[in-house]
Design a protein around this ligand. Structure first.
Ligand code: SF4
Length: 211
């Protein structure tokens, strides 16, 4: 496994590669981010943004969304995977936020994971990206790149990946590492056909060494 120093070096190299990595899910509130993150399961941020540009133009807050029917929501998001489940969860989420949280998205991990459609990764995205609470969400790009770079072991669960990175970095670095790894996984270290000829991290890469 990588030393803390190696992980800090990887963090810095990724910072040079993607100095402005950011959350690509378009949102203007904690509520909109929560919906966008829920919708992003098994699809791309670009596809989510297309749907949310319509969804949020009609229902931009929890009360308006709560007044929409499940069918109306489904009709807008139907091009996304798992659309029926997602539309159902959006309705349940709105009802719960209004009934139990005064219409607000809670700034608390334990409360967030009680919301329909919100798991550990989504809760960490909401905390990190909206509330600026140190948290390290592990999505498919983060998991893959951490394993290729041997920041994590190939058999690690997503929780184990999260713990390894959090142990190696300072809390104020989590937000940046998360977005840098997503950009790296999305635009260079892709699942299929990674662009290894351009990669500044080849010396850390297990994939290159195993070739
Ligand atoms: S060398 Fe290729 S596979 Fe390895 S980390 Fe870089 S882009 Fe990914």
């Amino acid at each position: 496994m990588r030393s803390k120093k190696d992980i800090q070096d990887i963090y810095n190299i990724l910072g040079e590669l993607y100095p402005n990595a950011y959350c690509e899910l378009i949102h203007e509130s904690a509520f909109q981010l929560t919906i966008a993150v829920m919708l992003s399961a098994q699809t791309t941020d670009a596809a989510v943004n297309k749907c949310t540009s319509v969804l949020f133009s009609k229902y931009d807050d929890v009360y308006k969304m709560n007044n929409a029917s499940e069918e109306e929501i489904y009709d807008i998001i139907k091009r996304l995977g798992l659309a029926k489940t997602k539309a159902h969860n959006i309705k349940l989420l709105c009802a719960k936020l209004i009934a139990e949280f005064d219409g607000n998205v809670p700034n608390d991990f334990d409360a967030l994971v009680t919301l329909p459609g919100v798991g550990r990764k989504s809760a960490n995205v909401i905390l990190s990206c909206w509330f600026k609470v140190p948290a390290f969400p592990v999505d498919t790009h983060v998991e893959r790149t951490c394993k290729r770079l041997r920041i994590a072991s190939k058999d690690d669960t997503v929780l184990a990946v999260e713990k390894r990175v959090c142990k190696a970095l300072m809390p104020e670095q989590y937000y940046y590492m998360h977005h840098r790894l997503i950009f790296f996984g999305r635009y260079m270290c892709k699942a299929q056909k990674p662009e290894c000829d351009k990669c500044p991290l080849t010396k850390y890469c297990t994939l290159i060494k195993s070739k």
